[in-house]
Design a protein around this ligand. Structure first.
Ligand SMILES: Cc1cc2nc3c(=O)[nH]c(=O)nc-3n(C[C@H](O)[C@H](O)[C@H](O)COP(=O)(O)OP(=O)(O)OC[C@H]3O[C@@H](n4cnc5c(N)ncnc54)[C@H](O)[C@@H]3O)c2cc1C
Length: 440
């Protein structure tokens, strides 16, 4: 084991696994990656049996930048002798369980991943980073933080019994009893839809009544139409990085449905299931969908939990009494606690570290020592940052920066839209165009 690693990676989710796969081709780079879980798992709390990926299977850990890398999805398919059958399925987006199996297959073939170790703090000791873990300390010339996002729970549900009120991230963590219960689902994005679909199809475990509330104006579809998909190409990310901050914030809001909408096949299945339950099985309307309402508060009463929904248009709040509340309220990025030891050395803007074009943080330490971040630069890189589409590209940018060579081509690719040659437009005009695209 080297005295000082060239790179210590914190977290082994898809982001750092991709970087581990690319850097495994660098014999002169010593790297180790650490995760506090005992083994690789991918969002186990929401690994629903029918859940599908939202990106093409070729957008894997490596292929978009390094198709001959041994950790490609195609290598996994060949190695597990399922390539021909997989092709017969005709799928371009595989089940989430298969993506997890692929990552586990890659993990089993790498020898520099350490599970069961929690990183507690990272400090600068004057010549290297000291990465403090619950199993001892490692020294590193560079650090890459890939600890993912944290589940976001609305403040109005804090303090309730976590068995009754929980985030979707917890749904499958242990066996739950929904049979005959009244369940509220908060949030009308993909995870809310997946949870409602799961509950409606849970056989004897099906709730008696589901109340599904969203502040959106409808159950809006994921927009992955061709020109919108170009937002998930490196060129758009470069372009986005160069836009003024106010415009970037605006664009992220307006493009939300390109990542947070509900996939159309799932909307169709849900609609059909509701039809069958109500009209073929005569079960009445067991799922009520409340649009334009957000969760206002939650009160415990002897009869159950009273959910109060606030109308977007000022109408009287709607109240429903339920036994369980599931919050499909998304994830958020905040500055990881483990970087607090470096806080005084980081450039901070609006409470968050500033990310440079190579995904390293702006800091006052020596230029050859960097703190990279994965999946923590939506502000700088836009809607593609938390998505898997540019996973391999981001790892390639980081690898190039680490080794100081253009090992991977991370420059322009062929695009249909001319992002960087477009005349600069006032922010309002740009936004209007994007609205049109988003709600085509
Ligand atoms: C249910 C779900 C489905 C998704 N499906 C898709 C999809 O189909 N397509 C798509 O493009 N995107 C999808 N996403 C978004 C995104 O691709 C995933 O969230 C992805 O897992 C992000 O990878 P990551 O490595 O950045 O973070 P994570 O997968 O969250 O991994 C972070 C890792 O860091 C570890 N960790 C955290 N803190 C520490 C610490 N202090 N010490 C050691 N280890 C630590 C955690 O144990 C974890 O293993 C999905 C997100 C969710 C929640």
């Amino acid at each position: 084991m080297p005295k000082t690693f060239d790179l210590v990676g914190v977290g082994i989710g898809p982001s750092n696994l991709s970087l581990a796969a690319l850097t495994s081709r660098e014999p002169n780079l010593s790297a180790v990656f650490i995760d506090h879980k005992d083994a690789f798992e991918w969002h186990p709390g929401l690994m629903l049996p029918d859940a599908q990926m939202q990106v093409h299977f070729l957008k894997d850990l490596v292929t978009p930048v390094d198709p001959t890398n041994p950790y490609s999805f195609l290598s996994f398919l060949v190695d597990t002798k399922r390539l021909y059958r997989m092709l017969v399925t005709g799928r371009s987006k595989v089940p989430r369980r298969e993506f997890e199996q692929y990552c586990q297959w890659a993990v089993a073939r790498m020898d520099n991943l350490r599970f069961g170790t929690r990183v507690e703090n990272v400090e600068w000791d004057g010549s290297a980073f000291a990465v403090h873990t619950d199993q001892g300390m490692l020294r590193a010339r560079n650090v890459v933080v890939g600890t993912g996002l944290a589940p976001r729970l609305p403040q109005s549900v804090w303090g309730h019994d976590p068995e009754q009120v929980f985030h979707t991230d917890q749904l499958l963590r242990h066996k739950r009893d929904f049979a005959g219960k009244r369940v509220a689902v908060v949030g009308g994005g993909q995870s809310g839809a997946e949870v409602v679909h799961y509950l409606l199809n849970s056989g004897t475990q099906r709730p008696a009544q589901i109340f599904w509330g969203t502040r959106r104006s409808n159950l809006l579809p994921l927009d992955d139409s061709p020109f919108i998909d170009e937002l998930y190409l490196p060129d758009y990310s470069h372009h986005f990085y160069g836009r003024p901050e106010r415009e970037r914030e605006d664009i992220v809001q307006r493009l939300r449905l390109s990542s947070d909408g509900i996939s159309i096949p799932l909307l169709e299945e849900l609609y059909q299931r509701l039809y069958d339950l109500e009209l073929l099985e005569g079960g009445g309307r067991s799922c009520r969908i409340l649009l334009n309402h957000s969760l206002r508060d939650l009160t415990r009463t002897p009869d159950g939990l009273v959910v109060s929904w606030q109308s977007a248009y000022g109408a009287e709040p709607v109240r429903q009494t339920v036994d369980i509340v599931i919050c499909a309220t998304g994830y958020e990025h905040s500055m990881p606690d483990l970087l607090l030891g470096l806080k005084d050395q980081l450039a901070i803007s609006d409470g968050m570290p500033v990310v440079r074009p190579d995904f390293s943080l702006e800091w006052d330490g020596p230029a050859g020592h960097r703190i990279f971040v994965q999946n923590a630069a939506q502000r700088e890189y836009g809607v593609a940052d938390p998505n898997l589409s540019l996973l391999a590209w981001r790892s390639a940018v980081i690898t190039n920066s680490l080794i100081g060579q253009e090992r991977y081509d991370t420059g322009s690719v062929s695009t249909a839209l001319d992002w960087d040659t477009a005349d600069p437009q006032p922010a309002d005009e740009v936004s209007d165009e994007l609205i049109l695209n988003t709600h085509h």
